[in-house]
Design a protein around this ligand. Sequence first.
Ligand SMILES: C[S@@+](CC[C@H](N)C(=O)[O-])C[C@H]1O[C@@H](n2cnc3c(N)ncnc32)[C@H](O)[C@@H]1O
Length: 187
Amino acid sequence: MLDAGAGAGAASLAARELFPAARITMVERDAALTAAAREWLPDALCVAADIERMDPFPPHDLVMAAYALGEMERPPATRLWDAARVALVVIEPGSVRGFSLVREIRDGLLARSARMSAPCPHESACPLAAPEWCHFAARVERSRIHRRLKDADLNYEDEKFSYVALAREPANCLPRAFYAGRGSGRG
Ligand SMILES: C[S@@+](CC[C@H](N)C(=O)[O-])C[C@H]1O[C@@H](n2cnc3c(N)ncnc32)[C@H](O)[C@@H]1O
């Protein structure tokens, strides 16, 4: 798996639960976050690089970019897709802006023969028109330090995210693990 903009490795940790034997490459430009990622995933390969300048990306079965492409001036979605042997998963905040980037990537890569895996049940044009946006929510526990940092009382938050999973093959040809734990719901 290639995790682009890996930060402290959250997406890789989540993916490893589904693919425990996978070899992981994390690309991240921030040294402090990379050091944290190394503690969580000591066997992963950490590459210190600027994703916007990386060309080409090393090929991997699964390529992920979680909460990262929205931070870039020119998100390299096409190059990430070119590196994805099986699938590309892009996750962004569940906001109008985050969804708009996800939709742009979805449309651009479907036009390059990518096949839709999730969340859409079709490969046609997205029917949602602004100000509607598609997002999902995952309940995340808040630790005491989390609550203090966010000046929050609740011990959980519902993290909203937009995402797209695109693959080389139609959805029914992908490994079963790819679908385990898929969220549901549309906002
Ligand atoms: C919001 S964090 C998300 C981190 C992680 N993917 C996660 O889901 O927790 C975005 C990460 O992308 C990294 N990033 C942003 N632009 C980058 C670039 N051009 N090259 C490499 N890393 C970049 C940032 O340093 C940061 O660690």
